[in-house]
Design a protein around this ligand. Sequence first.
Ligand SMILES: Cc1cc2nc3c(=O)[nH]c(=O)nc-3n(C[C@H](O)[C@H](O)[C@H](O)COP(=O)(O)O)c2cc1C
Length: 324
Amino acid sequence: MKKEISRKFCVAPMMGYTTPYARKLYRILSNNSFLFSEMIATKSLIYSKSRENIIDNDFNNPVALQVGGSEIEDLRKASKIAIDYNYDEINLNVGCPSKAVQKGSFGACLMRDKILVRNCMEALQNDKIEASLKCRLGLGKELNYEFFEEFIDEISKTGIKFIYVHARNAILSGISPQGNRTIPPLSYDFVKKIKNKFPNITFILNGGIKNLDEAESLLKEFDGVMLGRLIKNNPFILKEVDKKIFKEKNKLIDESIINNYFEYIKPKLGLESIFRLLSPLLSIFFSVPHSKTYRSKINDYMKDQKINLIEDLLIKFVSEKNLS
Ligand SMILES: Cc1cc2nc3c(=O)[nH]c(=O)nc-3n(C[C@H](O)[C@H](O)[C@H](O)COP(=O)(O)O)c2cc1C
């Protein structure tokens, strides 16, 4: 049975960032945000010996597993794995422009073949889990609404309910994945128009949302918003989401956030790299000014795996910089 879940505020899938560890931290900070895994290639999902470390979902629901692939049988298997690991949704990546992903015939290049994407979505569908799509507006330098509408029209035939739109084109050659997140212009208007055309589909707006005030105001016009880099650079923004977006009472958040997080990662030390375990918290140093001294101390402690000292230092940092 599929559950009724709010997708009003989603944290975007980000490779190398939205690991099981980051999702644990995000969940400690917000009860209601809808979370995503990083994109996992279907082959890794099916065959990797370290699958457990890649897709572990320690009851951090609601959460979607994002996959990259276009082989029908693999997608069917991926969907079953997502159910086994208690995910609420399986999401197909049709937005990643990287060369490696194009070589594997998945990601944004699939927007060239709407029939194939439709077949992929049908392969993911299963009555125990929601199957959704994350896509761009189109391909290349020119924005073309007709292309976008024809693409969505084909996908709509699967009965899909949720589509996350990174509201810019992907340019498949000549610019990097980073450039593809800033250079092609955003068009929220395309998402507004498509939402009116397909009222049975929930469209979640993604791309360039700069702060929670903007997210809140966009929610007056859109069914949901998805934020990536803002949360990656400062996960502590999530502690405002339940109050501001979901109108819950202010949750008491203090140094226990750090304690809870360390409680989760400490038993994993030795099984997983200390960097991967700590990186969801360490990204904060890039968005908070004057944190160099902390950063270099933590680097030293990381080399010696002094996890308790790192925990103490982070608690001090968070309270000194007024993050909690
Ligand atoms: C480091 C990084 C990794 C990303 N990895 C993925 C990914 O695995 N799957 C995906 O669909 N999008 C990925 N994205 C794109 C984001 O999901 C999102 O669409 C994009 O960053 C725009 O949203 P934002 O402006 O709020 O950051 C990634 C973005 C970043 C910054």
